[in-house]
Design a protein around this ligand. Structure first.
Ligand code: S3P
Length: 434
């Protein structure tokens, strides 16, 4: 449990930890490459550690994941993963389970069981299992194969053309990983452009991958290339920077600079929403590092009323993980903000639409919950309350920022959930207060 008090003036310069999506991929692709992969800036948090431990259980040597230290992965090649003699524990991490499914379904003759915590065992996996079955995969699980624990029996796969029902980078990446060892080419067609870290990094590792079609939504892999170990530099996670961006704009007398943030255009939807709010965010020192755009972000407190905003399905894949903190921001905008096309939020680590509505309502927020979104009626003040992250890392950090803006103190139980993606969140918050 943590006590949170209203604050005036968050000031300072900080670096947020490495991007979670890129960290998972660097470990996974490094594991199936030939030779050594060196990763700088890897996120030292529970989710990537789950990925690393699963890979270790299949014979991949990975050096300890410690803050500020280069991580070395000794790749075993495309067919080198061994059958583990234990259940692969994916913890709380959807990315670990879904990408591993794609990686393992083509490992002929080997048997794998994947499981995770209570939240992960309640999240839909058919969305990955079903397209992989089109390629010849054998995946079984509870509720007709939809829920973990999942059993995979590796098969020789064949290439296919697969249209995914939702714009999900996890589904897309699982198919691309399976395609690396299938017979014949595989094309994934997405309904909208989801984050493209897999495409960028697989190409850099030497995969024969082509992006085409309308707005780059057709991705084709031709098997036959070997992946070669690389040097990967992981930028800071914009999904973690999001908490400071909103805090900096909302909390009086604040000025926060966040250095080295990944600015991949498939991830920067929050900056466009902040433009709608007429919030002051500056991008400084924009550059490219290891195939990803990076920059520093500076925010200062907004003077005058913040404008309410509208988020629809078109932008949703580019800010999917930022909806909880944007819901907090909406509470302080002058007018009604509309969030729609967000039904995917219901199958994240928690049902984030329900949990954010429930928790922020305890603080006096006025939110109407809809099947695929929220209408947030902006108010000028929230009041402190007894809050619960309900085990969700992004909810924990969003509620913390809301508490700093409230009248009176709050308590937050299960605040330790933040460690899934941002172990130093509470320390960084303290540092910004001095
Ligand atoms: C992720 C993709 C997103 C995101 C998740 C990480 C990834 O999920 O919400 O936190 O690394 O590919 P979906 O692909 O299911 O939308």
């Amino acid at each position: 449990m943590r006590e949170l008090h209203p604050k005036d003036g968050l000031r300072g310069t900080l670096k947020v930890p490495g991007d979670k999506s890129i960290s998972h991929r660097a470990l996974l692709f490094g594991a199936i490459a030939e030779g050594k992969t060196q990763i700088d800036g890897l996120l030292p948090a529970e989710d990537p550690v789950s990925t690393a431990n699963c890979l270790r259980a299949m014979g991949v040597s990975i050096s300890p994941i410690l803050k500020g230290q280069t991580v070395e992965v000794q790749g075993v090649g495309l067919d080198g993963l061994q059958e583990p003699n234990e259940i692969l524990n994916c913890g709380n991490s959807g990315t670990t389970m879904r990408l591993l499914l794609g990686l393992l379904v083509g490992k002929e003759g080997r048997h794998f069981v994947l499981s995770g915590d209570k939240s992960l065992c309640g999240r839909p996996m058919q969305r990955v299992g079903q397209p992989l079955k089109v390629m010849g995969a054998q995946v079984q699980g509870r509720c007709d194969g939809n829920l973990a624990p999942l059993a995979v029996y590796g098969q020789k796969l064949h290439g296919a053309v697969i249209g995914t029902p939702v714009a999900s980078a996890q589904i897309k990446s699982a198919i691309l990983l399976a395609a690396l060892t299938a017979e014949g080419p595989t094309t994934v067609i997405e309904p909208a452009h989801s984050r493209d870290h897999s495409e960028r990094m697989l190409k850099a590792f030497g995969a024969n991958l082509e992006v085409g079609g309308e707005m780059g939504r057709h991705i084709t892999i031709r098997p036959g290339s070997t992946l070669k170990g690389q040097s990967v530099v992981v930028p800071g996670d914009i999904s973690s920077a999001a908490f400071w961006l909103i805090a900096g704009v909302l909390i009086p007398n604040s000025e926060i600079t966040i250095e080295n943030v990944g600015l991949n255009p498939t991830r920067t939807g929050i900056l466009e929403v902040m433009e709608q709010m007429q919030a002051n965010v500056q991008i400084i020192n924009k550059r490219d590092i290891a195939g990803e755009p990076v920059g520093d972000l500076r925010v200062t407190t907004h003077t005058g009323p913040l404008k309410p905003f509208t988020i629809t399905h078109e932008i949703m894949p580019r800010l999917i993980d930022e909806v909880p903190i944007l819901t907090v921001a909406a509470c302080f905008c002058h007018g009604e903000s509309y969030i729609s096309g967000a039904s995917e939020l219901r199958v994240k680590e928690t049902d984030r639409l329900a949990v954010m509505t429930r928790q922020l309502s305890l603080m006096g927020a006025k939110i109407d919950e809809k099947p695929d979104g929220l209408i947030v009626h902006g108010v000028t003040k929230l009041h402190g309350s007894k809050l619960d992250s309900e085990t969700d890392h992004r909810v924990a950090m969003s509620l913390a920022i809301a508490s700093l803006m409230a009248k009176g103190s709050s308590t937050l139980i299960q605040s330790e959930a933040a460690a899934v993606s941002y172990p130093d969140f509470w320390k960084d918050l303290e540092d910004l207060q001095h």
